[in-house]
Design a protein around this ligand. Structure first.
Ligand SMILES: Nc1ncnc2c1ncn2[C@@H]1O[C@H](COP(=O)(O)OP(=O)(O)O)[C@@H](O)[C@H]1O
Ligand SMILES: O=c1ccn([C@@H]2O[C@H](COP(=O)(O)O)[C@@H](O)[C@H]2O)c(=O)[nH]1
Length: 247
């Protein structure tokens, strides 16, 4: 394996492995993107499998937040930085990582630390060549150069009241925020950016999943399709799905 280190500390190595089926999973904050990906992996019996042996892996777009300047970190600590704007992400690194994954390389992805608004220094996720790679995040369909890399695009469509009701306790319990900070950030940045940048990308989805992980029918259909891919059935875009929302 030959390695090259990228500017955010990623090390990509050429394994000459298989080209995975790349699935993008977009949706608003707390819509259930990670939970949907987790359910898909569980139903495929992939959740408990060792990272190296996994046929299906999941990556978060949050691993590609760009490094903030000290003054931006100071703003972020007061809930005054816009993490929902496309400029908050490093588009080039997203594209490079996905291209390497599609080339069958071993790719190392940083893990984001929400409490410190920075990538973790001591933890890295190694992605070994897999059959299916899920890439989830609020803006995974925003950048055209990234969007065109996906073989299949899912949009998790959960109503905004439910998303806010989930985001508040999650950010307080898991991301070290207080109530005022979560609500101010939501009103000033998260909601307007969802309307301007995330929601318009729903039109690019092949499959829309209303209610997220509660939609067992949609998840079962997606899993069925992935199983066909893992068992070597042809993987043509839209072969099965058309452009139908799965109500
Ligand atoms: N169907 C559901 N029912 C109840 N809680 C859910 C459901 N889906 C997700 N959650 C919870 O909502 C929060 C956000 O879900 P998550 O999957 O992390 O969303 P996203 O990845 O879109 O931000 C988490 O605390 C999660 O446990
Ligand atoms: O330092 C940060 C980085 C991101 N956020 C918020 O996270 C969500 C995206 O994650 P989801 O799991 O899709 O909710 C985004 O709306 C950012 O506002 C943050 O608060 N702080």
């Amino acid at each position: 394996m030959s390695d090259c280190r990228l500017s955010n500390g990623k090390i990509n190595g050429s394994e000459g492995g298989k080209t995975p089926f790349l699935i993008g999973v977009a949706g608003g904050t707390a819509s259930g993107k990670s939970t949907v990906c987790k359910r898909i992996m569980e139903k495929l019996g992939q959740a408990e499998i060792d990272n190296r042996q996994r046929q299906v892996v999941c990556i978060s777009q949050d691993s590609f937040y760009r490094e903030l300047t000290p003054s931006e970190i100071a703003k972020a600590e007061k809930g005054q930085f816009n993490f929902d704007h496309p400029d908050a992400f490093n588009e080039k690194l997203i594209k490079d990582a996905l291209m390497d994954i599609l080339a069958g390389k071993i790719v190392q992805i940083p893990i984001y630390d929400y409490k410190n608004h920075a990538l973790k220094k001591d933890e890295i996720l190694t992605i070994y060549p897999a059959d299916v790679v899920l890439f989830e995040g609020i803006l995974v369909f925003y950048f055209p150069e990234v969007r065109k890399l996906f073989h299949m695009k899912l949009f998790v469509d959960t109503d905004s009241d439910t998303r806010l009701a989930r985001r508040v306790p999650r950010d307080i319990k898991e991301r070290g925020r207080d109530l005022d900070q979560v609500l101010n950030q939501y009103m000033n940045f998260v909601k307007p950016a969802f309307e301007e940048f995330c929601f318009p990308t729903k039109k690019f989805a092949d499959v829309i999943i209303p209610r997220g992980a509660d939609n067992h029918v949609a998840i079962d259909l997606i899993v069925h399709h992935i199983k066909d891919i893992l068992h070597g059935k042809p993987k043509k875009d839209n072969e099965f799905w058309g452009n139908l929302p799965l109500h």
